[in-house]
Design a protein around this ligand. Structure first.
Ligand SMILES: [Zn+2]
Length: 101
C-alpha cells in the first residue's frame, strides 16, 4: 500500500486518495488527501521530496529553490525550522555548488 491509498471510514473501503493542496493562514501548504467517493478528509499526504512548508516558496521542492535562489536557501537554513531531511538536501546542494566552483 503506497501513501496515496487509505481506508475511508465512511465508505468502508480502500480508496486512492483525491489529493489537493491546501494553504493555511500561517503560510504553510500541505497536501490534503480525501476520499474520491464521499470527499471526506482522510489524512495529510507527505510530499514526495522535502519542500518548504512556509515562506515565499511554500510548496516548492527544496532542491529547486536552492538552485534558483541560493541566497534564500542559505537564509532558510539559518532562520527557518526545517526537517532533518530538508536540511540534508540544503547541505547536499550547498556541497554540490562549492565542489564545482
Ligand atoms: Zn469515503
Amino acid at each position: 500500500m503506497n501513501n496515496k491509498q487509505a481506508h475511508c471510514y465512511s465508505c468502508k473501503q480502500l480508496v486512492t486518495l483525491h489529493v489537493t493542496s491546501q494553504d493555511f493562514t500561517d503560510g504553510s501548504r500541505h497536501l490534503r488527501g480525501s476520499c474520491p467517493l464521499c470527499r471526506r478528509w482522510i489524512k495529510w499526504v507527505p510530499w514526495d521530496e522535502p519542500r518548504f512548508y512556509v515562506g515565499k516558496y511554500a510548496g516548492q521542492t527544496i532542491r529547486d529553490v536552492t538552485r534558483k535562489d541560493p541566497s534564500y536557501a542559505q537564509w532558510a537554513l539559518d532562520n527557518l525550522r526545517l526537517s532533518t531531511a530538508s536540511r540534508e538536501v540544503l547541505r547536499e546542494e550547498e556541497f554540490t555548488r562549492s565542489s564545482h566552483a
